[in-house]
Design a protein around this ligand. Sequence first.
Ligand code: PH2
Ligand code: MG
Ligand code: MG
Length: 157
Amino acid sequence: VIADVGLGSNLGDRAANLQSGIDVLREAGCEVVMCSQVYETAPVGPAQPDYLNAVVRVRTCLDPHALLEIARRAEAAAGRERTTRWGPRTLDVDVLRCFDDAGRPLTVDTADLVVPHPRMSERAFVRVPLSDIDPDAAAGLAQIDTSGVTRTGVELV
Ligand code: PH2
Ligand code: MG
Ligand code: MG
């Protein structure tokens, strides 16, 4: 499975938190094949600090639910506390899209996981980094407001 995974952080050492998310994905056997730039983004939802956001593409033999499990483990490892919905967090790891080995999109629609992520296309903090790793995602980017999204010099490895 190829999966595009969104990373976000707006508490603590944000860049280190994003990197720790990537590290946990790798330890779980995900091969990181592409990594977007890191962007600083205005918060969507309740007032809270600005985020750093990035998207990585991974290749894995995990199925989408197993990947969700790893995402939660990565969030917990970064000390995430679940408070309010859309509230501030040290690390958010979202399974955005999945593809089978032939490159066909996979869909999941269960209580705990919906893929593709239902709100990803209208969110500039997802679309802009996703466009770095997928030129198709760049199409239509002009139609959404990307003014709250700025590139940082931060490099994830
Ligand atoms: N995540 C949210 C809510 N709001 N805003 C930004 N800029 N970046 C995020 O990653 C984000 C958000 C819930 O997952
Ligand atoms: Mg999220
Ligand atoms: Mg999430």
